[in-house]
Design a protein. Structure first.
Lengths: 138, 130
């Protein structure tokens, strides 16, 4: 086989390879589609933003002012790493989205940091806001 | 010969891309805050009470745990009708991915409830729900 023919065969193979990759991306549905309606997204509620800031600043006084005893207990339970250890060092609290139904807003946050075992940890926390007050934590 | 070479290339390219996409998604590499297909599939299966689909997206479980999960799915059939499913957002760190959803249901007594579910995924499997 001369060099020109070898180059042609290689080019055809590479062309096919790229076509196959493009075809896969075009035909990949990316899992099941959501058959249900979705609620509209809303802005971050001010009060849940204050809780997020208090967590990030490691500010227990602000948290105690913003949340009642039961909600604080729920928040402590929510801030448990996937390995089952409490989050000891919160490095980042990121608002990811909120939605609303009637006067109730669910605001989602991703909390990252280190847990008590020193491992990297990530936790999802949802603050339940009603009439400008935090009424629940998940 | 030429057509055959192109066809071989297409098949190899297709399979390589599909394999890479699966591995990248399962391991959480290059993960962004976008919705995970596994999380969405899990949530839809949960709302449609498909015990088998839910089980396939969970880490391997013993037979009793699977039976309990099937019972829970059956009981929820009588309890609530899903009205909406909204993806709020997510993130990933250290191989774990967290995906947050808001679910709205209508209970048997006609009341509507809005609640959240946070899924924790590892290696493409749902290892925790809250």
């Amino acid at each position: 086989m001369n060099e020109g023919r070898a180059a042609l065969v290689l080019a055809l193979f590479v062309g096919g390879l790229l076509s196959g990759a493009v075809l896969q991306r075009l035909t990949d549905s990316g899992g099941r589609t959501n058959p249900y309606p979705t609620l509209d997204r809303v802005d971050e509620p001010q009060v849940s933003g204050m809780v997020a800031t208090a967590l990030l600043n490691n500010d227990p006084k602000a948290l105690a002012r913003l949340l009642d005893n039961g909600t604080l207990t729920n928040l402590r339970d929510a801030l448990m790493s996937p390995m089952g250890a409490p989050m000891a060092d919160i490095r980042n609290v990121r608002f990811v989205g909120a939605t609303q139904k009637a006067n109730r807003v669910l605001a989602g946050y991703i909390v990252t940091g280190k847990d008590m075992q020193g491992s990297d940890a990530i936790v999802g926390v949802v603050l339940d806001v009603e009439n400008g007050q935090i009424v629940g934590v998940n | 010969m030429a057509v055959g070479m192109v066809l071989v290339g297409v098949v190899v390219g297709y399979m390589l891309t599909a394999s890479m996409a699966t591995v990248i998604s399962d391991q959480g590499w290059f993960a962004t805050s976008g919705e995970s297909p596994q999380a969405r599939t899990y949530m839809v299966a949960l709302l449609q009470r498909e015990a088998d689909s839910i089980s396939s997206l969970r880490p391997q479980q013993d037979v009793v745990s699977q039976a309990l999960a099937a019972q829970a799915a059956q009981q929820s059939v009588q309890q609530a009708k899903p009205l909406s499913l909204t993806y709020l957002g997510g993130g990933s760190s250290g191989g774990f991915s967290v995906q947050i959803y808001a679910v709205e249901v209508r209970a048997n007594d006609g009341t509507q409830q809005l609640f959240s579910l946070a899924l924790t995924l590892l290696g493409g499997k749902v290892v925790g729900t809250r």
